[in-house]
Design a protein around this ligand. Structure first.
Ligand code: HEM
Length: 153
């Protein structure tokens, strides 16, 4: 074996080791939030707030009377969205969220009601403040992307 190959082989192994170590220390948002039970709790609180808050009845009324399946779908979706297993896609295919929301007229008021529920649900989780704000920032972007009513800013 040439000196070059010898050094390269050693270097590659060290490199693999560093990459492996780094990857094992990078946690997904799914891990940081607390995995399955935490995402379930977030979705449960989200819909509980939506059902119990008089100011969010506009969007509550868009959902089926029986809210259980909506909660389950949000749980499946958020799991993958946060970097956990892609269980929504496995069951329902590509989320195409904007398209799936088209049957519901979503404007500024609807968006803000949805975000209110999510803000309350997130607050109840007692997460690290910066992480919680980062999550909320992503929800704000996604919720705004869902708007489909014409003639709104
Ligand atoms: C912007 C305001 C929003 C409103 C008013 C809204 C409303 C709704 C409604 C009425 C449904 C149908 C419920 C059902 O089929 O059980 C639904 C489904 C769903 N929503 Fe939203 N939504 C909003 C934003 C979001 C956002 C930001 C996300 C994700 C971060 C999201 C994720 C989902 C998912 C995963 C489903 C299930 C889709 C399916 O498989 O049919 N929604 N939403």
């Amino acid at each position: 074996m040439s000196l070059y190959s010898f050094i390269k082989q050693r270097y590659d192994r060290v490199n693999d080791f560093f990459i492996e170590t780094l990857m094992s220390e990078i946690k997904t948002p799914y891990d940081r939030i607390g995995g399955e039970s935490a995402v379930r709790k977030l979705c449960q609180t989200f819909y509980q707030v939506m059902c119990d808050t008089p100011q969010t009845q506009l969007i509550r009324a868009m959902h089926p009377e029986e809210i259980g399946l909506s909660e389950e779908k949000l749980y499946l979706f958020l799991t993958g969205w946060l970097g956990g297993p892609p269980i929504y896609t496995d069951k329902y295919g590509h989320p195409r969220l904007r398209k799936r929301h088209m049957p519901f007229p979503i404007g500024i008021e609807e968006r803000d009601q949805w975000l209110y529920c999510m803000a309350q649900a997130l607050k109840s989780m007692g997460l690290d403040e910066l992480f919680s704000q980062q999550l909320m920032g992503s929800f704000v972007q996604t919720a705004d992307f869902m708007r489909n009513k014409p003639n709104e800013e």
